[in-house]
Write a protein that binds this ligand. Structure first.
Ligand SMILES: *Cc1c(COP(=O)(O)O)cnc(C)c1O
Length: 475
């Protein structure tokens, strides 16, 4: 979706002056209309290439959770698979087989009680996977309600106000009332007691986030599950959990093996992750898994013809690139449990060391330490009067670093933070260079007469950490 109407953008209606190869005939082509004729491929390539030089340097982007580095072998496999369409199971049976192997590997990694009975699929990312997880919860709730002869027209979904924007979309697109538990004091994510308080007979499920977009913290999935067990004992209400493990579901299994957040908890019905975050694949793949066939209503599953047989599919898209799925399988094969552990541990070491270093600088206070997913948030101390997080973000931008600054949602809208996402490829050396740049800008920021930038002027994309209103009891 183009945000600016072409005629109102800075370059106006002006045609593109195509003269990138100076020895060629100068020419112009329309910027916002399909050119009438052809260009030779070399010229067309040069125009596109040159325009893209102005994009940022992905490796310096500390805002995104999505992979910006991959091994050359993974990239080679991806280009070898550029033409493969994931839906074409008949044409590309081996790609389909690799997808199924990945699902089985994840089912074991996430402790499905019987990994052979777990069902799952690849998606374009966690957002699509969240839609599928949410749809399954909604359908199961509707079936339970209808079977009990109760109305099934007012579904709601309980979650922390810190959920990623995909859950707000799910609620909006699929007409489910979102019930956001607000933040309170230094609780920046969903609490077990607060979640249960918002549940009623119309609650299709609770979303627990493993690795909050706002500060990188794990939500207490086991505590939420225990509180929902207690709710069921007291009232008979049986509310399942979907774990949004976009980041954490590919971190916790390797670094926090003792943490129970997955299918070990009976109440966890489904889990999603982004293969393109800590699954270490380039953008374009996510995963959705259900603990067993009962957790995924059969009437949501479509059947496609597969080698003359029957292949169940559950997806919002039809055609979708197969290359990312192949790259995911490559990573699983290449790294194994030990390799993923090493990569994620390095990210955690870099994040915790960087967070500690920033905490020691003086004007900052860290909210999280990078010890859950390797992501942390920090604020400017209250007694610092000369600059804000927005000034810091802008100053870092001068040296190419993209560090988003944003305010927290209710009830901590008073709190503005910066966030750093440490990913594979951002090692101790780059972290040191980042610290040098942060140290260098501080004297200037400290000698400003007062803050220069406010939230309204803040650039930078918070990657789904945009505020939304918290749940208010109906008045
Ligand atoms: C990134 C993220 C999403 C959205 O995932 P995509 O793969 O970008 O669609 C959802 N939930 C959480 C917690 C995330 O971090």
């Amino acid at each position: 979706m183009a945000r600016k109407h072409p005629h109102t953008s800075a370059s106006g209606d002006r045609d593109l002056r195509v003269n990138p190869v100076f020895s060629r005939e100068p020419l112009t082509i329309p910027r916002y209309a399909l050119p009438a004729g052809e260009l030779d491929p070399g010229t067309a390539y040069q125009i596109v290439h040159d325009e893209l030089m102005l994009d940022g340097n992905a490796r310096l982007n500390l805002a995104t959770f999505v992979s910006t580095w991959a091994e050359p072998e993974a990239l080679r496999l991806m280009s070898e698979c550029a033409e493969k369409n994931m839906i074409d199971k008949d044409e590309y049976p081996r790609t389909a087989e690799l997808e199924m192997r990945c699902v089985h590997m994840l089912a074991r990694l996430w402790h499905a009680p019987d990994p052979r009975r777990a069902v799952g699929c690849s998606t374009t990312g966690s957002s699509e996977a969240a839609m599928l997880g949410g749809l399954a919860l909604k359908r199961r709730w509707r079936e339970r309600r209808r079977a009990a002869g109760r109305p099934a027209d007012r579904p709601n979904l309980v979650m922390g106000v810190n959920v990623q924007i995909c859950w707000e979309k799910f609620a909006n697109y699929f007409e489910v009332e979102p019930r956001y538990v607000p933040m309170e004091g230094d609780r920046y994510h969903l609490g077990a007691r607060e979640a249960v308080e918002l549940c009623d007979e119309n609650t299709i499920g609770v979303v627990a986030v493993l690795g909050s977009t706002f500060d990188g913290s794990y939500e207490p999935v086991a505590e939420i599950a225990a509180a929902l067990d207690d709710l069921e004992r007291r009232t008979g209400l049986n509310v399942p959990i979907h774990v949004d493990g976009a980041s954490g579901a590919m971190v916790a299994p390797f670094l926090d093996a003792g943490l129970e957040w997955d299918f070990r908890l009976d109440r966890v019905a489904s889990i999603n992750t982004s293969g393109h975050k800590y699954g270490l694949v380039m953008p374009g793949v996510g995963w959705a898994l259900w603990r067993d066939e009962d957790a995924l209503p059969d009437d949501l599953v479509f059947h496609v013809n597969y080698l003359g047989g029957d292949m169940p599919t559950f997806a919002l898209n039809f055609s979708r690139p197969g290359a990312q799925v192949v790259a995911q399988y490559y990573n699983f094969l290449r790294l194994g449990i030990e390799g993923y552990r090493r990569v994620q541990q390095t990210c955690r070491d870099v994040a915790t060391r960087l967070a500690a270093g920033i905490g020691r600088l003086g004007p900052f206070e860290t909210l999280t330490d990078g010890g859950d997913i390797p992501v942390f948030a920090f604020r400017v101390r209250e007694d610092v009067g000369t600059f804000t997080v927005y000034d810091v973000s802008a100053a870092l931008r001068e040296s190419g670093w993209l560090v988003p600054a944003y305010t927290f949602p209710e009830n901590r809208t008073d709190l503005a933070v910066l966030r750093v996402v440490v990913r594979h490829g951002f090692g101790h050396d780059l972290a040191d260079l980042f610290m040098d740049d942060l140290r260098r800008v501080l004297p200037r920021l400290e000698s400003q007469p007062g803050p220069q930038r406010s939230a309204a002027e803040a650039a930078g994309f918070a990657h789904g950490a945009e505020p939304k209103p918290a749940h208010r009891a109906p008045s």
